[in-house]
Design a protein around this ligand. Structure first.
Ligand code: KPL
Length: 352
């Protein structure tokens, strides 16, 4: 179900709308895209990057957004999120903050969580989490007592050109809202959807995102959306990484197609047993994503090519853990988890 609001009925001014600073955490493709577009819409934005180097680059060169209308330099204030305790001084502003967490799951380290705890220490803070896979929301909720942790799924496409420029490769949508814990921790053990009553902070976030050009919606159906995206990522990401092919090439070979189908069947059955209510034909949906993103290198393949940690532990590993909670098995997901871990030497043996 979609939760919309009628902007005309809201009693607020542009001044109120843009009064709050936004914190974009992460200087990857999605982080830079959101930061640049928010800044271009007049929003005050802090970008928190992992390295001082990237923060310095953005500070000296500005952030460049490459889109249909060509390169545009945006006026943006940046800071880097600290890697040392001393660097955290002055992080908290003493007022509620609105943050977008855009880093990959592997980057949600204890250190980053400590930083977020300080940044979002004021009650009333909200953080929207844009990660693939599952497992992070529970961890963040447990560690950020003063912040409301919201889940998000986006289909925006972005490509990071370098530390201070990003290309908007495809317009999509952004859905955000409250998600129930995935797995057996909640009362029903089904990871069911939770109802969400939108309050002023949610509406403000929504307005800011829409004003920046992101087609955004509040949702009280986040678990379904997360599972839908998880299914797509669980089938496309590991196989494109292993076969080293672009998304559109994956179904072109009959043996790969057979493997995709088998992985889809195993994964969809487990997600349904965990409470997922498919909308439309899940298999056709995956084929549609392969066609729509045919020229894309999946995020997992680009991580493997760049020698970066992948999200396998939270995508196919997440499915394996769902199966364990159901007293079931996910042999294909388990096999792919092991194989993808072997593609990077330092990933073998890691478990969250
Ligand atoms: O989300 C993606 C990813 O690469 O992580 C897909 C949908 C597979 C698009 O590339």
């Amino acid at each position: 179900m979609r939760l919309c609001h009628n902007g005309d009925k809201m009693n607020r001014t542009a001044e109120v709308l843009f009064h709050m600073e936004m914190d974009v955490i992460g200087g990857g493709s999605i982080g830079l895209l959101f930061a640049a577009k928010l800044a271009l819409s007049g929003q005050k934005v802090n970008v928190w990057t992992r390295t001082e180097r990237q923060a310095g680059e953005i500070n000296s060169s500005g952030l460049t957004l490459i889109g249909e209308s060509g390169p545009t330099a945006s006026n943006i204030r940046v800071a880097s999120y600290p890697v040392r305790i001393s660097g955290r001084d002055g992080v908290s502003s003493g007022e509620p903050r609105m943050a977008l967490l855009t880093v990959k799951q592997a980057a949600i380290t204890e250190e980053l969580i400590l930083f977020l705890g300080e940044l979002l220490s004021h009650p009333g803070s909200v953080i929207i989490c844009l990660q693939n896979g599952i497992g992070h929301l529970e961890k963040l909720e447990a560690s950020l007592p003063h912040a409301e942790v919201l889940a998000a799924v986006t289909t925006e496409g972005a490509r990071r050109i370098n530390g201070c420029s990003v290309q908007h490769t495809g317009r999509g949508e952004l859905w955000f809202g409250k998600a129930a814990p995935h797995g057996a921790e909640n009362e029903t053990g089904k990871g069911e959807n939770v109802g969400m009553r939108p309050d002023n902070r949610h509406i403000l976030f929504l307005d800011i995102l829409n004003a920046a050009g992101f087609r955004s919606f509040l949702s009280n159906d986040m678990n379904n959306r997360i599972f839908q995206k998880l299914l797509i990522n669980a089938v496309i990401n590991p196989l494109t990484a292993i076969y080293d092919v672009r998304n559109g090439e994956l179904p072109e070979h009959p043996l790969r197609l057979r493997l995709m189908e088998a992985l889809y069947e195993e994964t969809a059955a487990l997600l349904m047993a965990s409470g997922w209510k498919p909308q439309g034909d899940g298999w056709q949906n995956i084929m549609g994503v392969c066609r729509a993103t045919a020229a894309n290198v999946s995020s997992m393949l680009s991580d493997v090519r760049a020698g970066r940690p992948t999200e396998i532990e939270w995508i196919n590993g997440g499915i394996v853990r769902l199966a364990e909670r159901l007293g079931s098995k996910a042999p294909l997901n388990e096999a792919l988890l092991a194989i993808v871990k072997k593609l990077l030497p330092d990933e073998s043996g890691k478990r969250c």
